[in-house]
Design a protein around this ligand. Sequence first.
Ligand code: ADP
Ligand code: MG
Length: 406
Amino acid sequence: MKIVVQKFGGTSVSTKERRLLALEKILEAKKNGYSPVVVVSAMGRKGEAYATDTLLSLVDKSFRDNNLQASDLLMSCGEIISTVVISNELNKISIDAVPLLGGQAGIITDNNFSNASVVRIDTKKLLNILNEGRVPVVAGFQGLTEDGYITTLGRGGSDVTACLLGSALNSSKIEIYTDVDGIMTADPRIVKNASLIKEISYNEVFEFAHQGAKVIHPRAVEIAAKSNIPLVVKNTLNHCSGTVISKEISNKYNGLITGIANMDDRIQIKVSLEDNKSNKNYFNILNTLGENKISIDLINVFPDKKIFTINKNQFLSFSAVMKNLNIGYTYLDDCSKIALIGNGMKGVPGVMATILKILTKEGIEILQTADSNTTIWFLVKSDSATTAINALHHEFGLENEFSFIK
Ligand code: ADP
Ligand code: MG
């Protein structure tokens, strides 16, 4: 049996018209001899009736915060509704579909509600359904604890569900259907002429996802990479061939930069020795933040100061920790972290200098930089991020249909 996992994101199942296009993809897979396992997200994005954020707004935040189990149950409802709606529509075109909770599809997790980790996957039920020639339609983003409570897998979790199932079933491929043609050289909402990356390695796409390109979840990429199952990101709305993500890619394209990712809502923090002279805690700040699960990045440590960034949603916890340590600091909010990613940069000198030249020409102030051998990061004020990304995208020639020279 040739299995394909097909995941449809929120915008792919949001309206009847879009769902019809999703059904076509399922039908096509069947026609090509595959047994599809369908994974669905909740219908629509923020603000729409069954989207996760809308469901969350139905109860008090304080209730949710103190009842993570109830909160997960509520958050899981959107995907469950989608499974039944899609199954109904599949039945109408004579495809025998079986709607399933994540747990019924065999996804067993720990009880870390809201961000559960998978402990095992039991594929027996899915395989029985597939062997009967039926199509399982699985609610994404959720699992079940050993003692039967519904958990959720963290934001973007439907991508994770698809890759977990693809890997457990040893599927031929995993298809992630969304509202763009695939992985693009930058977020097409920011760069209008971003081009499609036809082939990319797991490593590079992981970096893209990790640096904020929300088109795919980084954990999903890791899972697919571990099993070496080809992952394809495609548009539900057209017949574009999409982006194929695999271990080896043909190396005809030798540009420096593969693409640009960005992350908004960063706050830059500066802690100076001068302001914390007689405070021994100063030397342990970074450790203490780690112990308190406050995630920091763009870390620059100097003899007389430490500079780093945190996400806006951790600022309250951050200030509480600092207060506790009696540490003085200054901060700058509304910052964006921009990452230029490319295996082609390895060992090539002068890329950072080129970036600085481009941004200086645009009059953009760079607040901080960092680099590894395949990624260069810099921080700017969010109101100049779009200009910065577009200028770099243009100067590095990323709009030139690089998909075709690849
Ligand atoms: P879905 O509901 O299908 O999971 P998401 O909103 O999670 O969709 O992801 C798709 C969105 O990701 C696109 O609409 C696009 O704006 C955004 N995106 C960000 N960076 C990129 C990128 N490099 N390539 C493609 N899309 C990107
Ligand atoms: Mg998504």
